[in-house]
Design a protein around this ligand. Structure first.
Ligand code: ZN
Length: 473
């Protein structure tokens, strides 16, 4: 079995339960698993493949829990650059109606390449629009081509405008077909084994695009096959108002009524989760994919992440791209989670800054979230929310998913010398020097080893132009 040695790293931050951080340390990988992590002097000195990590920070591969990779084709579309969620969706649905299978395959490779180059080793994706013969299989093929560990979610929309939903009727599907196709995908692709490179989850899109029947039947299907459930919830005030008006309840009550709370469920956004909702999420171990860039881009608001964490809600990060971010850089997503949490604290509790203590010499309390907290969301948190015990931290027996960052770069000058882990988020977000997925070096010296980016970007751009032009025609 092939061996891989990450040798003499300046710092290995394991994100294990003790948050162990080691200086001058190595990681020894055999085949697909980590065999040893520890002081360089105590580990093997050679292997089939050796990465000299003297100037590098080593962390677990980052985990992205919410994305719409197909939207890479519609980034920065001028007509929705300044829209909030509902008008953004109304502007984009007619464009997405022109998607083809090739567009899905190419755009997913683009999004996966972007993630891998930012140190992400596992990602989920939520594909919920299936026009013109598009299938989730095209997305799964892209994961195999790029080498990303993947959680493919079979999204869906079934309530069009004529039934009071938001999407145009021509982009929704029949519910019986949705359920049949979802079962096909689970039976064909879902691998529940330790170290699995591919999970399938069930993911009706949102309260304003699917029926309650489909939500209930999707939950039943997922539980029959023991796969996870994913959807959007409580994203902004309009979403909240829709749920109140149409179903006369809060988003959490909506989820509870439909069987959508539990440790096998994760909801994207939850910006507007109230205190009762947070308690219920915590009690049921329901997961949250926090998407700070998207929440800022669409002016949705600031999710109460500190409250969720304090209550015990499992929280992870999602880039939620690619047209509401409009990027898929996981280190930057963690950085934005850190920064947004501090803005939220300043806005929501200014009195905490002036609670009788002197302004001079006191801690003004930005530790609403630390760099290490944000990285926990991006690693262990992601693993937990996706129901994976085999990824998310570095320890013997875990999958060999790692990200390495070169600390001898301009961005880290004067930062990494003090604290390489803190610098990763506080300094400008770097690209990964190496990304290792399942023991395979997928990014080496900053370059993807699995797909050739130049021709891929060229084809992607041609398809993006074609897609937007077809909607105007
Ligand atoms: Zn989303």
């Amino acid at each position: 079995m092939p061996t891989l040695l990450i040798r003499n790293a300046r710092c290995v931050a394991t994100f294990d339960t003790h948050q162990t951080e080691l200086r001058d340390a190595s990681v020894f990988v055999r085949d697909k698993l980590i065999e040893a992590v520890g002081p360089a002097a105590e580990l093997p000195q050679t292997a089939d493949d050796v990465v000299d990590a003297r100037n590098h920070l080593v962390i677990p591969g980052l985990v992205n829990t919410h994305h719409h990779m197909v939207q890479s084709l519609t980034r920065a579309v001028p007509q929705v650059q300044n829209a909030e969620l509902f008008s953004w969706l109304r502007g984009l649905y007619p464009i997405w109606a022109g998607l083809t299978p090739e567009m899905v395959f190419v755009s997913h490779q683009i999004a996966m390449a972007e993630l891998l180059l930012s140190g992400c080793s596992t990602s989920s994706d939520h594909l919920y629009i299936y026009p013109n013969g598009v299938r989730l299989d095209d997305s799964i093929a892209a994961a195999r081509a790029t080498g990303l560990r993947f959680v493919a979610t079979r999204g869906s929309m079934s309530v069009g405008q004529s039934l009071g939903g938001l999407p145009p009727d021509r982009v929704v599907e029949r519910e019986d077909f949705i359920l049949k196709d979802t079962q096909r995908l689970i039976e064909c692709y879902h691998d529940a084994s330790f170290g699995s490179m591919l999970n399938v989850a069930v993911a009706p899109c949102s309260p304003f695009s699917v029926s309650q029947d489909l939500m209930r039947e999707s939950a039943a299907l997922a539980r029959t096959f023991k796969v996870r459930l994913h959807t959007h919830l409580a994203e902004n005030d309009h979403d909240l108002a829709y749920t109140r008006e149409k179903f006369n309840c809060t988003p959490t009550e909506y989820a509870q009524d439909l069987g959508w709370l539990g440790d096998d469920v994760w909801h994207a956004h939850c910006v507007k989760l109230d205190d009762a909702g947070i308690s219920l999420f915590a009690a049921t171990r329901t997961g949250v994919a926090h998407c700070p860039c998207s929440n800022m881009r669409l002016a949705s608001g600031i999710a109460p992440i500190r409250k969720m964490l304090d209550a015990g809600v499992p929280v992870a990060l999602g880039v939620d791209g690619s047209a509401s971010n409009d990027g898929a850089q996981m280190v930057n997503e963690a950085r934005q989670a850190l920064l947004l949490a501090r803005v939220g604290r300043a806005l929501q509790a200014p009195e905490k800054h002036a609670d009788g203590r002197s302004f001079f010499g006191c801690d003004l309390g930005p530790a609403e979230m630390t760099a290490r907290d944000a990285l926990i969301l991006a690693t262990r948190g992601g693993a937990q929310v996706l129901g994976r015990s085999d990824i998310g931290h570095l320890a013997p027996g875990m999958c060999a998913d790692l990200a390495l960052f070169d600390l001898n770069t301009l961005a880290f000058a004067g930062g990494a010398v003090h604290d390489p882990v803190g610098a990763l988020l506080l300094c400008a977000s770097p690209q990964a020097a190496y990304t290792i997925v399942n023991g395979r070096v997928v990014v080496r010296q900053g370059q993807l080893t699995t797909v050739e980016l130049g021709p891929l970007i060229e084809r992607h751009n041609a398809l993006a132009v074609q897609l937007v032009a077809s909607a105007k025609a």
